[in-house]
Design a protein around this ligand. Structure first.
Ligand code: 4NP
Length: 161
């Protein structure tokens, strides 16, 4: 059986999207769904291709019980074609995905991550790159809530579990 494929996308692929991927994988594993779902993450920019996640993201995730294992990669048309669900961290990422040549026909696969946030006060997961530890913790909490609701949506509407 082919797995449902979920892709998390941000700008640099070193802060928000690798964290979203790691939180998602941990929750999927805890629910015993790893045989049904695969996940990865990408950046719309190429600044951090081949890099490990930001050390502040790794430290904050660890503090919250999540280990991150990812190497930075840039989004390409291949990802957009291959993946079933594409979750953009902010509106600019969302627009940049659609600006890639050939992706317009795949717009219905793409959602804003925070459209799944039950406590949403904004459409975007804020970029913590120039922020403080508090900003990294805020990103963690937003992603933790949003990923929970997204998994519930997947289970109900897609996996039928
Ligand atoms: P991310 O954060 O998109 O959440 O990975 C950023 C990381 C790096 C840069 C910007 C945002 N940068 O400009 O290098």
């Amino acid at each position: 059986m082919t797995k449902t494929k979920v892709l998390f996308v941000c700008l640099g692929n070193i802060c928000r999207s690798p964290l979203a991927e790691a939180i998602f994988k941990a929750k999927i594993s805890k629910r015993g769904l790893s045989h049904l779902v695969a996940a990865d993450s990408c950046g719309t920019a190429n600044y951090h291709v081949g890099d490990n996640p930001d050390h502040r993201t790794i430290a904050n995730a660890r503090k919250n019980g999540i280990e991150i294992d990812h190497v930075g990669q840039q989004l390409s048309l291949r990802h957009v074609v291959d993946y079933d669900f594409i979750l953009a961290m902010d509106k600019s990422n969302f627009q940049n995905i659609l600006r890639l040549n050939g992706t317009v026909g795949y717009a219905n696969k793409i959602s804003l991550m925070r459209s799944f946030d039950p406590d949403r006060d904004d459409d975007s997961v804020p970029d913590p790159y120039y922020g403080t530890e508090r900003d990294f913790q805020n990103v963690f909490e937003i992603l933790d809530r949003s990923v929970d609701l997204f998994i519930r949506h997947l289970e109900k509407e897609h996996l039928k579990v």
